[in-house]
Design a protein around this ligand. Structure first.
Ligand SMILES: [Zn+2]
Length: 104
């Protein structure tokens, strides 16, 4: 589970950095048939970002405000998500995933 805290130790949105209500979102999109609620598949973002994001994948650019150490950690999650998608998702989902990653 990837959650971000501010310097006061409070949870903040990993996408926009706000201190709103944090919800769990998935690194691997639900549309990919992900039914396993694996701990490694969660990222904490605010309700607003969760709505805006919809089915899109988690992109590294969202987290440019994070300290270096946390960016490294995030990259590990993204690598895991990528290998999962490549191995287990349907072709069209894999294509969508790779296309969005390339936009980075
Ligand atoms: Zn947010």
């Amino acid at each position: 589970m990837f959650f971000v805290k501010n310097e006061k130790g409070e949870y903040i949105c990993a996408r926009c950095g706000c201190g709103g209500k944090i919800t769990k979102d998935h690194f691997i999109p639900k549309s990919c048939g992900m039914t396993v609620n694996e701990e490694g598949n969660y990222v904490g973002i605010c309700e607003k970002c969760n709505r805006e994001k919809g089915d899109d994948i988690v992109l590294p650019s969202w987290y440019s405000f994070l300290p270096r150490g946390q960016q490294e950690e995030l990259r590990r999650y993204l690598r895991y998500a990528r290998s999962y998608v490549l191995q287990k998702c349907k072709d069209e989902e894999v294509e969508k995933y790779l296309r969005e990653m390339k936009r980075e």
